[in-house]
Design a protein around this ligand. Structure first.
Ligand SMILES: [Zn+2]
Ligand SMILES: [Zn+2]
Length: 501
């Protein structure tokens, strides 16, 4: 019986991500004598903490007891360490060097004695109240679960744009007067993405993370649009998005601290970041400085998670990232194909009626829920496809069933020589188009009738393994012959490349 008692919680932990536990729980009692007073609740912040998040609860609200909140760093007001006051309007807040909940002040987290500041505007003479402040310390830029609660709890296919620029870099749009261009406020960007019907966007301004604080304010309002932490690492020898972290990172590839891209990528890996190489096939020059991928020495692709195979509307052009991506897959790397609009004008999509701008292309991700960690986990796993024109409803589901596996896009399976697997390709809302199965980078003639006669169709083929390493994926072309959906591979017998010297 004891063993079962131990096993059950363990299994529950494996099936669902365990929530963070608070580092401290500060508790206390108040009564009528505390009416209209201020109290300090001290707590010690260890070195290395870069974010404090506080979740506050108290009893007695039914008796009109009210407790206001504020925060003081080491030395308090006298040391210019006042970190904000939210009165009775927020029960949960966070402060860090890059972002803070509105009412609170962004700044470094100094180790030492901090104080939660309580104000008690009302507690009746005979009333009693108890409060608990759960304090969460973050390190290494980790965003606690408390700040990453899913916007939508259910598993599903979520549509978003992983690459765009706004006021925090070189994104601009027409101001109120309609004349000229100004740095485009993040609100306009988020509003455009919401109107476009997207579920998530990554705010990938060039090298900076100043957008983090605006995100902290905007996210509660955009409760159907997840705003992913992002930046575009923009160097003289290539661009790559780093998603999932707001920690500032030295991007100066070629300087003393960051001699090469591998150093930068290793630093990004320490932040649990998700890295995609952007628009790899561009000519670098005076028109687009550092845009092409010319990293020397060659990067260790194991430090990269994705390739941006479509940037804006380049899918069927000579500068498409698809051949670059497929060349990496052929070497044995497991890299997720993603798309990004690289939009620099949030109003562009509405002015152009959606043909370009935010959401073109869209990356569609099969995630456990709509939260940052679930989306990035799904992207790392390759459970995604690119919708080149950013439709709202075109879909591609490529799966494989073997003797001992059910696989979806991005999965790795083992299939012994002369063993068969049944592949299935379900396509929706690309009527008049056709499908292509790509095996090891070449279009394979495994489907007799590749036309999609109706709006939606399911294709199937059986494939026999030769015991070697292969990758199989599917693309869909529209009725006009243009690439419409780009699927990620199912990897068979993949052998990961050895460590580079
Ligand atoms: Zn770029
Ligand atoms: Zn860009």
């Amino acid at each position: 019986m004891k063993i079962i008692g131990l096993l059950l919680p363990l299994l529950l932990c494996l099936s669902a991500r365990a929530a963070d536990k608070p580092d401290l729980a500060l508790t206390g009692k108040l009564d009528g004598r505390d009416n209209q007073t201020y109290k300090l609740v001290p707590f010690d912040v260890p070195a290395g903490v870069d974010r404090i998040t506080i979740d506050f609860a108290y009893s007695g609200r039914d008796e009109k007891t009210t407790i206001d909140l504020g925060l003081l760093g080491p030395g308090g007001f006298r040391n210019n360490a006042f970190r904000g006051w939210s009165g009775g309007n927020k029960s949960r807040f966070t402060v860090s060097a890059t972002d803070a909940t509105p009412s609170y002040i962004v700044g470094p987290i100094a180790p030492g004695r901090w104080n939660l500041l309580l104000g008690i505007p009302n507690i009746r003479e005979k009333a009693h109240a108890e409060y608990t402040a759960k304090v969460y310390f973050s390190r290494n830029g980790r965003i606690p679960d408390l700040l990453d609660e899913p916007l939508r709890a259910q598993a599903g296919w979520y549509r978003g744009d992983l690459h765009m620029h706004g006021a925090h870099s070189d994104g601009s749009c027409t101001p109120q007067s309609g004349k000229g261009k100004v740095p485009c406020p993040l609100f306009v960007t988020a509003q455009a993405a919401a109107e476009r019907g997207l579920d998530f966007i990554a705010l990938s301004d060039h090298n900076t993370v100043s957008q983090a604080n605006a995100v902290r304010e905007l996210q509660p309002y955009f409760d159907r649009l997840l705003l992913l932490a992002g930046r575009e690492l923009t160097t003289f020898t290539g661009h790559a998005n780093l998603l999932g972290s707001w920690v500032p990172l030295d991007f100066r590839v070629g300087s003393a601290g960051v001699p090469d891209w591998n150093t930068l990528l290793r630093n990004a890996a320490r932040l649990d970041g998700f890295v995609s190489i952007n628009h790899p096939i561009r000519l670098s020059g005076e028109i687009c400085m550092g845009c092409g991928w010319t990293a020397k020495p060659e990067v260790d692709m194991r430090l990269v998670q994705a390739i941006e195979v479509v940037n804006g509307n380049d899918a069927d052009t000579a500068i498409s990232g698809i051949p670059f991506w497929q060349a990496q897959l052929d070497k044995g790397y497991r890299l997720t194909a993603v798309g990004g609009s690289d939009d620099h004008n949030a109003k562009q999509w509405s002015e152009s009626r959606g043909a370009i701008g935010i959401g073109t292309p869209t990356t569609v991700v099969h995630a456990a829920n709509l939260s940052q960690h679930a989306l990035l986990d799904a992207l790392r796993a390759g459970h995604a496809y690119v919708d080149v024109f950013g439709s709202k409803d075109r879909s591609l589901e490529f799966t494989a069933k073997g003797p001992d596996f059910d696989a979806e896009m991005g999965d790795e399976v083992k299939l012994a020589q002369n063993t068969k697997a049944d592949f299935s390709l379900k396509v929706a809302n690309v009527g008049g188009g056709s499908v292509e199965i790509v095996i090891d980078g070449r279009i394979a003639n495994v489907i007799d009738q590749p036309k999609i006669a109706d709006a939606s169709r399911t294709f199937a083929f059986t494939w026999t393994s030769d015991g070697h390493r292969h990758w199989l994926r599917a693309d869909v072309r529209g009725a006009d012959g243009k690439l419409s959906l780009i699927g990620n591979p199912i990897y068979v017998n993949r052998v990961a490349p050895a460590a580079s010297p």
